[in-house]
Write a new protein. Structure first.
Length: 533
């Protein structure tokens, strides 16, 4: 039984990792809201960050079976410089059994967390022992990992070294994906041709080529691949349709997008899923076609599993961008009724959507629900509301809210105070901005990595240099320099405050020199205005 399960795992894991452009959709759909189509590497990175940092880590290794202990041993070793080989060896030496199913799950999981080096270690450990069955799927995964970790040349050499028997369709497919990942159009196409000549081209291979064109900004070529695969007698699968529909939508060719969607809906072997409708809805929203967008969103809701929290997040975001408050609230109630638990992520999305449509009272209520939810107190949740208030110029409300949280005994992260400081800077209420920035720096222990925005610091210091007592200016700068190194503007305003109070600046000029910051024209002017007085 293990073996059939494990090969299923392998094929899922191959299929899911291969079309990279599909992951982008997932990101776009769930987290970007209004169909932002930029397939930029930043988005991809952020998607990865979100998936690895915030969400996937939240998924526990503690499964219901006793088998979980190998995972739980490996899971915390997130530092990529830690080799898993001795961990596996120790595990076996301690008399534990390892079955292929466990190893497959470890590899799959490490890949989904983008811990590719470690995934490759486990895969190679498994193949080198010679005691575990190593299927074509396992080998394809290994090739994929080699491509990612050691680069294309090594992957090609690995492939060349395989016996002809081992060069199966899966291995060719994995090699094709190495080419696709590198954006190598010619190599990809000639490999596809070779796969076709060998008579085992599958939808997956054509999808790879469609992804290649998507990634290399040649969207207009995607439908040709779709056409080609049909001519070659390979029926498009759900991914083929999605990639091709995306290519039309991204080129604002909504007529052909609709045609292809119709075709997809008419295929008996394909169930058009909520992902596809969400993608189509995004294109309608982007094109300003609200009515059509609403129809797609309804289909989307209809197709999504009632317990799919990501679908709710997506739908709520889309209805927020259409300004549809009633539906947002209806979906939120459904979400709470159908999904076991709302994570902080869900609260953040709901709060930012409520803020977007200006429903602040409702947002305060959701924030209260969150405070009672027993979720870990992550200040990014209330910050969503603080940002919303300050963007609408309701900065006093933001401060009142934060004060009330502080009174309940919570210590904010510096960014909470700095959001409010920025809001006061925008209103030119500089006394308040000054105090809030002081509060922000005072709680830096809550987030040691926090860096204040340089333009906000400059505005506040520029005002303080003319308006605050010298010791207060010095205090703030001394606090700031524990967070960021002294920069030219900090020196400039410190000198200004000194000169204003008729104090000697020699000491400051010396440390400026030590910090390698020169006296420029503006500073010179301040200094000479001081000596004239
Ligand atoms: C992703 O995370 C890394 C470190 O965790 C960070 O340096 C990088 O800026 C993040 N990227 C994005 C796009 O958020
Ligand atoms: C392929 O075989 C050659 C010759 O035996 C060897 O030098 C090379 O390291 C092998 N490549 C890989 C990736 O194993």
């Amino acid at each position: 039984m293990h073996f059939s399960l494990s090969s299923a795992v392998v094929s899922i894991c191959l299929a899911s990792s291969i079309p990279q452009c599909l992951s982008l959709w997932h990101f776009r759909k769930h987290f970007l809201g209004t169909g932002a189509l930029a397939m930029s590497s930043t988005i991809l990175r952020r998607y990865r960050n979100l998936s690895t940092a915030a969400f996937v880590v939240g998924r526990s290794y503690c499964s219901t079976t006793g088998r979980s202990s190998l995972f739980s041993r490996i899971s915390p070793l997130g530092d990529p410089s830690i080799s898993l080989v001795p961990v596996l060896d120790d595990w076996v030496q301690q008399g534990n059994t390892v079955n292929p199913f466990d190893l497959h799950r470890v590899v799959k999981d490490l890949r989904s967390r983008r811990r590719f080096t470690q995934a490759l270690q486990v895969s190679e450990w498994m193949s080198s022992k010679g005691v575990y069955p190593f299927s074509a799927g396992d080998r394809a995964v290994q090739l994929d990992l080699i491509g990612k970790v050691r680069g294309l040349e090594i992957a090609e050499s690995y492939f060349q070294n395989l016996s002809e028997n081992d060069k199966t369709n899966k291995l060719h497919g994995a090699l094709l994906n190495c080419y696709v990942r590198e954006g190598l159009v010619d190599k990809s196409l000639s490999l596809l041709q070779k796969i076709k000549d060998m008579g085992f081209a599958s939808a997956l291979n054509y999808n790879s080529i469609m992804c290649l064109y998507t990634q290399t900004d040649q969207l207009e070529k995607v439908p040709d691949v779709m056409k080609l695969m049909k001519e070659d007698g390979v029926s498009p699968d759900i991914f083929s349709y999605r990639i091709c529909i995306n290519s039309y939508g991204a080129r604002s060719d909504l007529v052909n997008m609709e045609k292809l969607l119709d075709e997809m809906e008419s295929q008996s072997h394909i169930v058009t899923d909520w992902d596809t409708y969400s993608m189509v809805a995004n294109f309608y929203i982007k094109a300003g076609l609200k009515e059509k967008a609403l129809i797609s969103l309804e289909k989307c809701e209809d197709k999504a599993d009632k317990r799919n929290v990501l679908a709710y997040n997506y739908l709520i975001s889309q209805y927020a961008s259409l300004g549809n408050k009633k539906t947002m609230m209806r979906l939120w109630e459904h979400q709470k009724a159908n999904c076991k638990k709302q994570l902080n992520r869900e609260y953040i999305i709901m709060l930012s959507c409520l803020v977007k449509v200006g429903e602040f009272d409702q947002a305060e209520k959701v924030l209260e629900e969150w405070q009672l939810s027993g979720n870990c107190y992550d200040f990014r949740v209330p910050n969503t509301l603080l940002i919303g208030y300050s963007q609408r110029g309701l900065i006093e409300k933001a401060e009142t809210l934060l004060q009330s949280i502080v009174e309940k005994g919570k210590t904010p992260i510096p960014n909470s105070w700095s959001i409010i400081a920025s809001g006061y800077v925008a209103e030119e209420n500089m006394e308040k901005a000054f105090q809030c920035m002081k509060n922000a720096v005072a709680v830096v222990d809550q987030n040691k990595g926090w860096k204040p925005k340089p333009n906000i610091i400059s505005s506040i210091l520029s005002w303080a240099a003319n308006n605050k007592d010298l010791d207060e200016v010095e205090d703030l700068i001394n606090l700031l320099r524990t967070v960021i190194p002294m920069n030219r503007n900090m020196y400039l305003y410190l000198i200004k405050a000194y000169v204003r109070c008729g104090k000697e600046v020699d000491g400051i000029l010396e440390s400026m020199k030590a910090d390698n910051i020169g006296v420029d024209e503006e500073i010179e002017k301040i200094l000479s205005s001081g000596s004239q007085q």
